[in-house]
Design a protein around this ligand. Structure first.
Ligand SMILES: *[C@@H]1O[C@H](CO)[C@@H](O)[C@H](O)[C@H]1NC(C)=O
Ligand SMILES: *[C@@H]1O[C@H](CO)[C@@H](O)[C@H](O)[C@H]1NC(C)=O
Length: 222
């Protein structure tokens, strides 16, 4: 009994000693932490703390979900203009909760992009699987307007004003783009997404003979 009491009192001594040691340096920070800890402990012991803590967790979860689900903002950067392209997030072109719907040719005519097809003499609808590309060619007998969506995409358009001879942009997988490739200017659509397919519509203002009027494999690095 006495032995026990002695042991516990000696334990108390070491605890006090070590606590004193931790107080010593730096004193104010440590006592602050101590105070915060005791306030938190007091708070958590109240019955009303549970719904409040739950609310804080829900709020944090909501914030992180929003952060991960917010699509990239539409950007009308100089680079988009040089690539003759406009981009949107679906929520900006959806008129109601069914989703998006618009006329890409009318939209192209309304925006800063130029030299696309004004009417569609020939229409192509297609898919580009992850890692694959279409285009990388130059038509000499048609202007072409594209509607592109579905996956992370690299769009390249020949542009003599650029150092490399082309302008290139990256589209986010949740973005929709309308792009125009005027006659005699090469274009390429590259799927850089790991899982999703690009879908696109290509409207050409002439029915072309691919043999005679198109240069293929324009860029060797694609
Ligand atoms: C392409 O667009 C230009 C104007 O930007 C137009 O003059 C031309 O007729 C169009 N079509 C073809 C096949 O070049
Ligand atoms: C393309 O050229 C080949 C011969 O070089 C010919 O057999 C074929 O019919 C041509 N295709 C078109 C669409 O004109």
């Amino acid at each position: 009994m006495r032995g026990e009491r002695e042991r516990s009192s000696s334990n108390q001594n070491t605890t006090t000693a070590s606590r004193r040691g931790s107080y010593a340096n730096p004193q104010t920070t440590s006592s602050w932490l101590q105070q915060i800890r005791s306030v938190v402990t007091w708070f958590l012991q109240r019955p009303h703390s549970i719904p409040i803590v739950l609310a804080i967790f829900l709020f944090l979860a909501w914030i992180s979900l929003r952060a991960s689900h917010t699509p990239p903002l539409p950007s009308h950067s100089d680079q988009d203009i040089r690539a003759n392209l406009v981009r949107f997030v679906p929520s900006h072109v959806a008129k109601d909760n069914r989703g998006w719907l618009f006329d890409p040719i009318a939209l192209a005519l309304d925006t800063a992009i130029s030299g696309g097809a004004v009417s569609c003499a020939s229409l192509h609808v297609g898919q580009i699987r992850p890692g694959k590309l279409r285009g990388n060619h130059r038509h000499h007998h048609c202007n072409e307007t594209f509607l592109i969506w579905g996956a992370a995409t690299k769009f390249r358009l020949e542009n003599g004003d650029e150092d490399d001879g082309y302008a290139e942009v990256i589209l986010g997988r949740d973005e929709i783009a309308v792009a125009a490739s005027p006659v005699h200017r090469a274009h390429a659509l590259v799927n850089i997404d790991s899982i999703r397919s690009i879908f696109f519509v290509g409207c050409q203002d002439n029915v072309i003979n691919y043999n005679a009027s198109t240069d293929f494999k324009v860029w060797k690095d694609l």
